[in-house]
Design a protein around this ligand. Structure first.
Ligand code: UDP
Ligand code: MN
Length: 249
């Protein structure tokens, strides 16, 4: 019996949202025993996301929770100023605790909506016992970051930015066994975590470095990339709007 992969995706309304979610859904369609938990950063679930999910052909759960105003990024803020998607990931963890049994085999992966995922990544994470780890491409000012592996164990990390963090890893670089999240009922992401410490805030409470399970050929292969989508320029749309010729889609 294949364990289920639960991919948790926080998402928020913006021009590229539909494109991101369609692209992601079509990657995920290639993955067996897959359950997509999409959590909108909004007070209510939107029609746009509901329709993408309904048409996706995926098994899914659609949730929403707004980021509290004091923690919310403004348009003018640089995006590193505040943690993003925290309350949304935590709501998904809570949903799993309320809707899944400790006896169920599964793994939880926090899959942001703008990254690029190889379908091979999901074969790597599926049999996670506690926490699996692997490299992430295009992140932290490097071509890739990765756990360093010796004798099948993680002994350190190739990271340039804040290497003294307890777990100097990107969100895309690990998966957590469902049972571990269900058993540790306090485990969650800390919205007040210092910049760069969000991943550590969850991982510290459930695993130690020695227990990490290196995947992707002893962390030799990049199977996920921290790509970021350019914000589209809407100069011509704005001009049309001013002329009263704006179009609603
Ligand atoms: N996100 C969100 N609310 C926000 C900003 C981001 O829910 O106000 C989501 C976003 O859709 C993505 C995740 O949080 O799935 C991480 O955000 P982003 O990709 O902007 O962060 P970065 O990759 O720069 O760390
Ligand atoms: Mn991103």
């Amino acid at each position: 019996q294949l364990p289920t992969i639960y991919a948790v995706t926080p998402t928020y309304s913006r021009l590229v949202q539909k494109a991101e979610l369609v692209r992601l859904s079509q990657t995920f369609l290639h993955v067996r025993k897959f359950h997509w938990i999409v959590v909108e950063d909004a007070a209510n679930r939107s029609k746009l996301v509901a329709e993408i999910l309904a048409q996706s052909g995926l098994v899914y759960t659609h949730l929403s929770v707004p980021t509290p105003t004091i923690h919310k990024l403004k348009e003018s803020d640089p995006n590193w100023l505040k943690p993003r998607g925290v309350e949304q990931r935590n709501l998904a963890i809570q949903w799993l605790r309320e809707n899944r049994e400790l006896s169920e085999e599964g793994v939880v992966y926090f899959a942001d909506d703008d990254n690029t995922y190889s379908t091979k990544l999901f074969d790597e994470m599926r049999w996670t016992k506690r926490v699996s780890v692997w490299p992430v491409g295009l992140v932290g000012g490097l071509r890739f970051e990765r756990p360093l592996v010796e004798g099948g164990k993680v002994v350190g990390f190739h990271t340039a930015w804040k290497p003294t963090r307890p777990f100097p890893m990107d969100m895309a670089g690990f998966s957590v066994a469902l049972q571990l999240l269900l058993a540790n009922r306090e485990a969650k992401f800390d919205i007040n975590a210092e910049r760069g410490y969000l991943e550590s805030s969850l991982l510290q409470s459930v695993v130690s470095i020695e227990e990490l399970e290196p995947k992707a050929n002893n962390c030799d292969k990049v199977l996920v990339w921290h790509t970021r989508t350019e914000k589209p320029k809407m100069k011509q749309e704005d001009a049309l709007l001013k002329q009263g010729k704006g179009s609603e889609v």
